[in-house]
Design a protein around this ligand. Structure first.
Ligand SMILES: Cc1cc2nc3c(=O)[nH]c(=O)nc-3n(C[C@H](O)[C@H](O)[C@H](O)COP(=O)(O)O)c2cc1C
Length: 262
């Protein structure tokens, strides 16, 4: 009787049911942890872009030393006062600007001519961070940037010194580029080429990733970063990302506002 087919199927079914319950409940219970790890990874990149990440300290605590700020891209102005309060209340104090790009109430679709970084939709409001000195003056501004590479969008943060022209650091927290080729954007050696580079020349965005190595003594050394070898398309994507986000559609108008604030 014990080896009847019905009993065998019954045992198999019960085991399947138990296993699927264990797997699905584990997946659900780990989701929060995975989201928290993802958030911490992004926080770490922001701190690294600002040049203040300390692996011996708690990431969240370090991150809280940065001051979040909001820019209305359509006007180029900082969100302040009651407008900011209203905005934060609308988003329950937890604004996700990438999620905003998927909602036409919170973003605008870019025209082909404007969309040089191939981001399709640009959020109406950007969230960025200030690193302040002890006397409360601005030390660095850490700004979210993104642009299409070869396989997908590269998401990152760039930090700018308080002259609002000198790059302090660049970090990507998500991309789909190929390891050894486009993914060399994460190579510390390549990232170390960025600090000190200049964004604007005669009020135009001049900074670019070139093809090949910047020749020593190049007159425009301050505006050029070595290309990623075998990854010209990713390199071009990074250039277009810089060109877009530091244009008038991005952060160009923010800097005069911050100048006034600091
Ligand atoms: C499997 C595969 C993956 C590639 N991944 C990248 C990449 O992530 N980024 C990139 O710019 N080019 C990548 N390429 C190369 C591009 O197709 C193109 O050849 C390259 O960007 C040209 O750069 P170069 O002029 O420096 O050789 C990849 C090519 C292959 C076959």
């Amino acid at each position: 009787m014990n080896d009847s087919i019905i009993k065998t199927l019954g045992v198999a079914f019960t085991i399947c049911l138990i296993c699927s319950f264990v797997v699905s409940s584990t997946a659900v219970s780990l989701r929060d942890m995975q989201n928290e790890n993802k958030a911490n990874d992004k926080r770490m990149k922001i701190l690294q872009a600002a040049g203040i990440f300390d692996s011996n300290k708690d990431i969240k605590e370090q991150f809280e030393t940065l001051e979040p700020k909001y820019i209305d891209f359509n006007s180029g102005k900082l969100l302040t006062g009651s407008l900011l309060d209203e905005f934060l209340a609308q988003h329950k104090g937890d604004y996700d600007q990438i999620a905003a790009t998927r909602n036409s109430n919170y973003s605008k679709s870019l025209s082909t001519a404007e969309d040089i970084a191939i981001i399709k939709n640009r959020e109406n409001v950007g969230k960025f961070y200030l690193l302040r000195n002890e006397d409360n003056s601005i030390n660095k501004v850490i700004l979210p940037v993104r642009g299409y590479g070869l396989w997908g969008t590269l998401f990152g943060y760039i930090s700018i010194e308080n002259d609002f022209n000198t790059v302090a650091g660049l970090e990507f927290y998500e991309h789909k580029e190929t390891p050894g080729l486009g993914a060399e954007v994460d190579n510390p050696k390549w990232k170390s080429l960025w600090p000190g580079k200049q964004l604007y020349k005669n009020n135009e965005v001049a900074l670019e990733v070139i093809k090949g190595k910047v020749p020593e003594g190049d007159m425009n050394l301050a505006y050029k970063v070595d290309g990623l070898s075998g990854a010209t398309i990713t390199s071009r994507g990074v250039t277009n990302m810089i060109k877009y986000w530091f244009s008038d559609s991005g952060y160009a108008n923010l800097f005069s506002e911050l100048d006034y604030e600091s």
